[in-house]
Design a protein around this ligand. Structure first.
Ligand SMILES: Cc1ncc(COP(=O)(O)O)c(C=O)c1O
Length: 545
């Protein structure tokens, strides 16, 4: 289908985007209704509320979640934001469903009443959530957060002096720090891909820039997707499989993917993945997912997995059957050492970095001393909710809502205000835009084109302009929060340069766009409220200089 940038003031696109969002809203409402019906709650459940999933995976009535007609999200009332607050910064951290908060509190009280060491119990949790991420429970660890997972990955791979790692200029601090310590400590060489923005962006351009950094010393690629600065979802599968073909390891910082998108890790083909539990998956703080590919069989199969944590070490345990999707990455398993565990070498698992698809490596990596059962249980419950609500329906809704937001931004600030090209025509929406993160810059202006000036994400900035823009952008975020009770954030972005799109802005001349997160509890009316506030706070073509 034709992919084009729409022109300013295209009302048809806005109307269409609103319709698509409404249809996606209907689909998640239907998925939720089917979920209610499946468990026999019928009309009463529909009228009065929704369901949560109990600790054992069985459904539980959730009175707070009233069924809401469009344009309200059918999930809005399953969450408990402060009155009038419009929270649109899930990219920093999320908010747990009401039921999960209650269960967390009950669990915490239980533990206080009957204190006990909490080393075990996660095997069952991992069994229940791994299928939702398209992987084996033997390769999914409940980590503390994305940062924790990334460090456990890079410090466990035996890098040597002279090895090269390719990363991007738009990694979050967690990824930057993880790569930088490899440089300082082991003499690894860092190669950086500058990522394109706005109309300089295309998947092909991204792949070309990665390829240009390859040498016969390349040991790994580390990139995030979506990119936290721009929201761009990179062609992760192509990057991972391209790396695998060349014997290169792939490490994905997927902080934003769990809970936002329907993730299938075996299909993505990465060797290592780290994601947040507390952002879009809406678990408690300090929760995350660490994935380490532990197989290479391309065929789907059913396997038996123990329900008890000791099972891999010989103690008998009942088992459950779990369907495991085939791997797209069929390369041999790389050497990997645990960085922290109570049981190094037990049953020979990961002993001297050795790998075997039969090994329950996640059990070894999970066992790092006393943990927080309430947190891990609450995260598990969030995952079970998402699985039963339907991860694909949630992704569709999140993307449709983001596209509606983008269509409104395009209508007011123009297509070149957005971080990536806006395509309001194609369905399914192109991968780069299949995210709930929207970055746009109503502060940058280009006067390089004949005719009237226009907002331009890629406008070149002088240091003075960049500083003024940063001030204006931060002031807008503060005003939205203080005067309108709308929470979004801004970023400092090394955008592509209009004067030379093959280059990105250098430190001191970065731009300061706004970043908005839209999630399953938002609706088109929330997007409209944001746009109305933005129109007062950041009128079109009102630059800071
Ligand atoms: C791309 C990316 N990676 C890592 C992180 C850090 O996430 P966490 O708090 O889960 O460690 C963030 C947080 O904003 C992020 O955006």
């Amino acid at each position: 289908m034709k992919k084009s940038l729409v022109t300013d003031g295209d009302w048809t696109t806005v109307a269409k985007a609103r319709d698509v969002a409404a249809e996606a809203g209907e689909r998640i409402a239907t998925a939720r209704r089917d979920f209610l019906k499946l468990f026999g709650y019928g009309a009463a459940g529909l009228a009065m509320g929704g369901l949560s999933v109990d600790k054992d995976g069985s459904p539980r009535f959730m009175a707070e979640a009233a069924a809401m007609p469009a344009p309200y999200s059918p999930y809005a009332n399953a969450f408990q934001f402060a009155d009038q607050l419009l929270y649109m910064n899930i990219g920093t951290t999320g908010s747990s469903p009401t039921r999960v908060i209650k269960d967390f509190a009950d669990d915490y009280k239980d533990i206080a009443r009957n204190p006990t060491a909490y080393f075990f119990g996660q095997q069952e949790m991992r069994n229940s959530i791994a299928p939702g991420f398209g992987c084996d429970p033997y390769e999914l660890v409940l980590s503390f957060n994305t940062t924790d997972g990334l460090w456990r990955i890079v410090m466990g791979i035996p890098f040597e002096a002279g090895d090269e790692i390719i990363t991007t200029n738009m990694e979050e601090d967690a990824g930057i720090s993880a790569v930088d310590i490899l440089v300082d400590r082991f003499g690894v060489i860092k190669k950086t891909v500058d990522l394109p923005t706005n109309d300089a962006y295309s998947d092909r351009e991204v792949l070309k820039r990665f390829k240009a950094q390859l040498t016969n010393k390349t040991k790994a690629v580390l990139f995030s997707s979506p990119i936290y600065l721009t929201g761009a979802r990179l062609p992760a599968k192509k990057l991972c499989l391209g790396a695998a073909r060349r014997g290169i390891l792939s490490i994905v910082d997927g902080a934003h993917l769990p809970g936002m998108c329907a993730v299938n890790l075996h299909d993505m083909g990465c060797d290592f993945f780290s994601g947040s539990g507390h952002k879009w998956q809406c678990g408690p703080g300090q929760t995350g997912f660490l994935y380490i590919r532990n197989g290479y069989d391309p065929d789907y199969r059913i396997v038996e997995r123990p329900t008890g944590d000791f099972a891999p070490f010989g103690a008998p345990s009942p088992t459950v059957e779990i369907g495991i999707p085939g791997y797209t990455n069929t390369a041999p398993l790389p050497t990997y050492y645990p960085t922290n565990t109570l049981i190094y070498g037990a049953a020979g698992i990961l002993k001297n970095g050795e790998r075997d698809p039969e090994h329950n490596i996640a059990a070894v990596l999970q066992l790092i001393g006393n943990g927080s059962r309430p947190s891990q249980q609450a995260l598990t419950e969030c995952c079970q909710l998402w699985d039963t609500w339907g991860r694909e329906e949630i992704e569709d809704y999140v993307v449709a809502l983001a596209q509606y937001l983008r269509s409104r931004i395009v209508e007011i600030w123009g297509p070149q205000s957005l971080s990536v090209p806006f395509d309001g025509e194609s369905y399914p929406v192109p991968e780069v835009s299949r995210t709930g993160l929207t970055s746009f810059n109503p502060f940058s202006i280009s006067r390089t084109r004949p005719g009237r000036p226009y907002h331009d994400y890629n406008a070149d900035l002088t240091e003075r302009q960049a500083e003024a823009q940063s001030g204006a952008s931060s002031a807008a975020v503060a005003t939205l929060r203080d005067d309108y009770q709308i929470v979004i954030r801004n970023n400092s972005v090394p955008h592509s340069l209009r004067s030379d799109p093959s280059k990105n802005a250098t430190l001191g001349t970065f731009s300061s766009p706004l970043r908005v997160s839209t999630h399953l509890f938002h609706s088109t009316s929330d997007v409209d409220r944001l746009i109305e506030a933005l129109l007062e706070v950041v009128p079109p073509l009102a630059p800071p200089l």
